[in-house]
Design a protein around this ligand. Structure first.
Ligand code: FES
Length: 366
């Protein structure tokens, strides 16, 4: 192939950085200098396009800054064991103390197939009764469990859905799952926040996969229960929902709503107050991910700002038939709303992003 040489600049100035990203026309290059030798490979990672020139060097391998895939800085080969997963290599020459690059790469990109994560399959609702998942977000010492008002009311709602309303049900206590906090891939780039979640794909021990599976693929209804902690939902609730960025981000990246025709409702209890603030947050967040709500989408209970006698709070909830009936009726309203939207086949059109969120993203292809 014809060689097209482009002057990248003086050798002295280019030597000063071990790794840098350089644009040559429409081509992005990861230019490196190590042990007296330059290397030039495509600056676009094979995984989901991370900027290799903005990564780091590990010996003669460039480490992608998004999810740490490695490519040899001069040949473009993947790291040992994955050599054939390679990015294009570019030829370099030095003339008159200037570095030149042949912009026709001397090797081609080759992507090895990676087995897809099962969460990434198409979202298809299987036939069957309405499916309800309850997610309890309270935190406790699971070896020495205590009475939790939000957890107990959720149990009432889920048992009612199963035993009286004919739903299939699942109950997940977040406290029983081991999962990592969101590590901010989105903060590097919207494109670095992948579906399935980058953490889920990299770490098969991460158990938030159970929540993703239930929310995206299995359930028609989710009922989330939280205590009120210092006026907010539980810290475990926040740890979970930060990991849902990858669900919402599919709208930004691919105009794809992973949550369609699903209903969310909430159980919020606290010894003291701030129900409306917690409910407002939960409604806003789950709306933004794509859920819809039944009429009166939450039930809640507190005994007020100065009710520090927590033993009496537990006793109140334990005895309250009204709260138990409220939990059952929340399940009924949620299931009925799910039946309405499934029966009516609500539109699955793409989301119109303008005016809502997410301007178009520039996606580099080379
Ligand atoms: S490792 Fe490079 S984009 Fe994911």
């Amino acid at each position: 192939m014809e060689k097209i040489w482009t002057d990248l600049g003086s050798v002295d100035s280019l030597k000063s950085q071990p790794l840098q990203e350089i644009e040559v026309g429409k081509i992005t290059i990861a230019l490196s200098y190590n042990n007296g030798k330059f290397g030039a490979i495509s600056g676009v990672c094979n995984h989901v396009g991370g900027p290799l020139g903005k990564g780091t060097l590990d010996g003669d391998y460039i480490v992608c800054p998004w999810h740490n895939w490695k490519f040899h800085r001069t040949t473009g080969f993947g790291e040992p064991g994955f050599e054939e997963d390679r990015v294009p290599q570019f030829e370099l020459k030095i003339e008159n103390d200037h570095l030149f690059i042949n912009t026709n790469s001397i090797t081609n990109r080759n992507k090895l197939p990676h087995p897809p994560h099962s969460l990434g399959r198409d979202v298809i609702r299987e036939n069957g009764p309405i499916r309800v998942v309850g997610i309890s977000t309270t935190i406790m010492d699971s070896k020495n469990p205590r009475y939790s008002t939000s957890d107990k009311l959720l149990e009432v709602a889920i048992n009612h859905a199963k035993n009286e309303l004919g739903a299939q049900t699942m109950f997940i206590r977040l406290n029983d799952l081991k999962f990592r906090a969101c590590e901010g891939y989105y903060s590097k780039s919207a494109k670095a926040c992948t579906w399935p979640c980058s953490i889920t794909q990299m770490d098969e021990t991460d158990q938030l996969v159970q929540i993703y599976e239930a929310l995206v693929h299995w359930a028609d209804v989710i009922i989330v229960a939280t205590p009120i902690r210092w006026g907010a939902a539980s810290s475990l609730y926040y740890k979970m929902i930060e990991r849902f960025n990858c669900i919402q981000n599919q709208i930004t990246l691919n105009n794809k709503s992973l949550i369609q025709n699903k209903v969310a409702s909430f159980i919020i209890t606290g010894g003291q107050d701030n129900v409306q603030d917690v409910a407002g947050h939960m409604l806003g967040f789950f709306a933004e991910v794509g859920f819809v709500f039944p009429p009166f989408p939450f039930i809640a209970h507190t005994r007020g700002w100065d009710a520090e006698d927590m033993e009496n709070n537990i006793a109140y909830v334990e005895k309250s038939e009204g709260l138990k009936e409220g939990a059952k009726d929340l399940a009924r309203r949620s299931i009925e709303m799910a039946k309405i939207i499934l029966h009516e086949h609500v539109s699955e059109q793409k989301i119109v992003k303008a005016g809502r969120k997410a301007q178009p993203l520039k996606i580099s292809e080379n």
